[in-house]
Design a protein around this ligand. Sequence first.
Ligand SMILES: [Zn+2]
Length: 161
Amino acid sequence: MKMLTEQEIRSAFVNCTKGEASRLNVPRDLAESPWDDLDFLGWRDPQAPDRAYLATELDGRTVAVALRSSGAAAWQARRSICSLCVTTHTGGVSLLVAPRAGKAGKQGNSVGAYICSDLACSLYVRGRREVGTRLHESLTVEEKIRRTQANLAAFVARVTA
Ligand SMILES: [Zn+2]
């Protein structure tokens, strides 16, 4: 994906208030992120590790989503396969919950997904970050990337539906 600026990221949040989007912690080292190898930028708030965020480009539009870990136990999620990149981890997958955009979110509706705790799905898919165990799959990297992007688009669609 193309590099995003802090301002682009802040103004792209679909499921938090403008005030929250202006205050939340965006990584300072954006220029050093490996944008060419990213399907989305994902990060955790260093001051509030139960808060996670992701920003991506869908249909030429930047979209950012605010997420929360659903309680401390979620760090050791029983299910250990990431629903975005389909990487298998031992204890490295979190149940992340996103308030839905707009009225549904204000009424307390949210959607959850099991996602790599470090939100580095793009790097796992490309073999740039390793995990202990890897399901053997006969997919090419290109196919895994497309699958990850499709899973991400489906997740964002659930948030914004
Ligand atoms: Zn993942």
